[in-house]
Design a protein around this ligand. Structure first.
Ligand code: ZN
Length: 240
């Protein structure tokens, strides 16, 4: 079975559709939160995921969109985009987002947005933080997002190894616990503006990362029409 693992789509429907087309056919779609926030099409993105039967978890933006106090910790641009998102989304989107759990286990994978220790907010970007999270996994492997950076942390005989996968990088799941991040579909931040995601092949026990170009100018035009903050519009060009 091939499973698309997507994170931080951030209401970017053009990027989501490009990724779904670019990675080839899949049997399931899993998402790791931040489905909405920043981007121009929250209802359409949720509708697409619902139609695909995607399963996933709640991110800090999803929690804020349905009224959570998470918005109090947002910077000015994120807050403005979130206030627009709150006003814009329909009742079906709101109830779909509100039903997302903070954590879920599918097969051998614990899914969270941030980290196993703090599913909503913690950023896993350093070896010490990765170590603390690897110690408390409730499944053999962990899938997470939130940083918008494709990454893998793995315990290598007590030493925490960090990998930065690029397009077509593969990782064999050999039984060692890992924390794997597909990167962001809707707002990549590693300097490569192409969408990032990985495919989990459950027979080969292998993850394959993909970078997929999308029509950034079209998304930027849609954001400008909705008066979303300039800085959020411009960063899509740079992938930062
Ligand atoms: Zn995010």
């Amino acid at each position: 079975m091939r499973i698309a693992v997507l994170s931080d789509i951030h209401a970017n429907l053009v990027a989501l559709d490009a990724v779904l087309a670019g990675i080839g056919g899949v049997d399931q779609v899993w998402h790791l939160g931040d489905v909405v926030g920043y981007g121009p099409e929250p209802d359409a993105v949720v509708d697409r995921l619902r139609t695909l039967g995607a399963v996933g978890v709640r991110g800090n933006h999803d929690a804020a969109a349905v009224g959570g106090h998470e918005i109090d910790y947002f910077n000015a641009d994120a807050r403005r985009a979130m206030e627009w998102t709150r006003k814009t989304i329909g009742a079906e989107t709101r109830s779909w987002l509100a039903a997302l759990p903070e954590r879920r286990i599918e097969r051998d994978f614990e899914m969270v947005h941030g980290s196993p220790r703090d599913p909503i907010w913690e950023y896993i970007t350093t070896a010490p933080v990765a170590r603390l999270n690897l110690e408390i996994l409730t499944a053999p492997f962990c899938l997470h997002g939130h940083t918008h950076l494709p990454s893998v942390f793995r315990d290598e005989d007590g030493f925490i190894e960090m990998l930065s996968p690029s397009d077509r990088s593969t990782l064999l799941l050999d039984g060692r616990p890992i924390l794997a991040n597909p990167g962001s579909v809707g707002q990549p931040r590693d300097g490569d503006p192409r969408s990032s995601a990985f495919v989990l092949d459950t027979e080969r026990l292998e993850l394959t990362w993909h970078r997929v170009p999308y029509d950034i100018a079209a998304v930027q035009a849609a954001m400008r029409r909705r008066h979303l903050p300039d800085r959020l519009v411009e960063r899509l060009s740079h992938g930062l």
